[in-house]
Design a protein around this ligand. Structure first.
Ligand code: C2E
Ligand code: CA
Ligand code: CA
Length: 460
């Protein structure tokens, strides 16, 4: 008969087994599978613990956020496997670089972090930078990865983990903006920038329901007749203290904060209310609205837009929605669903900023996109630089053969307009014709130029 002691040993063994299993599961849940480093979740709790300890001991904690420069390029040219191998190798180097008590993590993608009590920030940064610039051999090819670093310090810069990460991120962003392959430490300039953004955020949340974001309009011209055939709707913020703000001052932040949807909806409604009568009076044919890639990632976007359009007086065939290639590339299947749903209702979809990204004319063949807007950066040198002129002419030619309409943006000089017209560009837009303007001015200009005599009066 088994003794009680046997049961106890068996029981103890089983408990140990379960504990080991639990530990393994826990470790796996905290580990990044590619590099074997701590993952983002475990990094965050590790950072909180270290700050807690530093609070008691009075030590300094430095957070280094490390990000590869142009990793996406490398991934695209060498392939994902090579990209993964590069990341794994870097993970290995970072692990070797870490000293006892330090925490190295992979935060995701090509972003890594180091948490340390080391007070020699610049010494550490230059070691890391040179480590990142060591050449690596991947599938027989030598690559020099190169990376940027952002640093923030506890308690000097921030008191909690959230702020410390945000500030290290801001420093990293600056390091990249300065050209990469360098380290940037959070400082007074970045603190001011952070305060400014906090204020702006609070104000933006208030401004949307207060109706301070309003639609401005820029005419779109028919190249052959010179007539204004449409308008593009462009957002402006009529800020109570700072005056009129252009989208560059608030659209990127609104996208980051998830407020862009509310802005786009408000602009859409206000623009339709103003411009629907222009269409009804035959002053223009098209009203073109910008839509953020963020909006488009919502699977219900096209359905809701069609529904909202139904509540306005604007016919679906008079609406163009401008989307960017960034979105097409993010989720091709979703893009197709939106574009097809809109096209089925007669809404035209235009590809904006063409010529800045991958500019894949082939992607157009597979989607019902009928309009492409050539980006200003291409138009700038048209008629001046023979190679750019040639490139644009061949793009126009290719688009025509696909049955796609081309709108050239940012036409500032007569020479550009003449060249584009002779090269067969259908429509143009730019300061040469008119700058964006408030609704009242746009309406006056349209009635003056296009409004023969008011049609309704003329009939009687
Ligand atoms: P975009 O869609 O490429 O708009 C064209 C931009 O070029 C506008 O800048 C316009 O004012 C400017 N522009 C037009 N002609 C010329 C020219 O001849 N020369 C020069 N230098 N610039 C010209 P804006 O109004 O500052 O808008 C900037 C960007 O902000 C827009 O680029 C668009 O991406 C975004 N945006 C504007 N309104 C909205 C909106 O309601 N929703 C969303 N999501 N984004 C918007
Ligand atoms: Ca646009
Ligand atoms: Ca554009």
């Amino acid at each position: 008969m088994p003794q009680l002691a046997d049961h106890q040993t068996e029981f103890a063994a089983r408990v140990a087994e379960l504990e080991a299993e639990r530990e393994l599961t826990l470790r796996l849940a905290q580990t990044d599978s590619l590099t074997g480093l701590v993952n983002r979740g475990a990094f965050t709790s590790g950072l909180c613990e270290r700050l807690e300890a530093a609070r008691d001991s009075g030590a300094q904690v430095a957070l280094f956020i490390i990000d590869l420069d142009r990793f996406k390029n490398l991934n695209d040219t060498l392939g994902h496997h090579a990209g993964d191998q590069l990341l794994a190798e870097l993970g290995e180097r970072l692990r070797a670089e870490a000293r006892p008590g330090e925490l190295v993590a992979r935060l995701g993608g090509d972003e890594f972090a180091l948490i340390t009590n080391d007070t020699d920030i610049s010494g550490r940064a230059s070691r890391l930078i040179s480590m990142l610039t060591l050449p690596q051999t991947i599938y027989g090819r030598t690559v020099v990865p190169g990376g940027s670093i952002g640093v923030a310090l506890y308690p000097r810069d921030a008191q909690d983990a959230g702020d410390l990460q945000r500030f290290a991120d801001m420093a990293l962003y600056r390091a990249k903006a300065l050209g990469g392959r360098r380290c940037s430490v959070f400082d007074a300039d970045l603190r001011n920038e952070s305060l400014r953004r906090r204020n702006l955020e609070a104000e933006l949340r208030r401004a949307i329901p207060a109706g301070e974001i309003e639609p401005w309009f820029q005419p779109i011209i028919d190249s052959m007749t010179g007539r204004m055939v449409g308008v593009e709707v462009l957002a402006r913020w009529r800020h109570p203290d700072q005056g009129l703000l252009s989208p560059a001052a608030f659209v990127p932040m609104a996208e980051e904060l998830g407020l862009i949807k509310a802005i786009d909806e408000a602009i859409f409604e206000a623009a339709c209310a103003r411009a629907a009568p222009w269409v009804a009076d035959d002053l223009i044919e098209v009203v073109s609205c910008n839509v953020s890639p963020r909006d488009l990632l919502d699977p219900g976007f096209s359905r809701k837009l069609i529904q909202r359009l139904g509540q306005t007086a604007l016919p679906a065939t008079a609406l163009t929605v401008e989307i960017t290639e960034t979105f097409l590339l993010q989720d091709m299947a979703l893009a197709r669903r939106h574009i097809e749903r809109l096209a089925a209702k007669g809404v035209n979809v235009a590809l904006d900023d063409f010529g800045t990204g991958y500019s894949n004319l082939r992607s157009l063949m597979h989607l019902p996109i009928q309009t492409v807007k050539l980006d200003r950066s291409l138009i700038d040198d048209v008629g001046r630089d023979a190679r750019v002129s040639k490139l644009v002419a061949s793009m126009l030619h290719a688009a025509r053969s696909l049955g796609v309409r081309i709108i050239a943006e940012g036409v500032e000089h007569e020479a550009q307009a003449l060249f584009l017209r002779s090269a067969g560009c259908d429509r143009m837009q730019g300061y040469f014709f008119a700058r964006p303007m408030p609704a009242d001015e746009m309406e006056a200009m349209l009635r003056e130029a296009n409004g023969v005599t008011p049609k309704r009066a003329a009939v009687g």
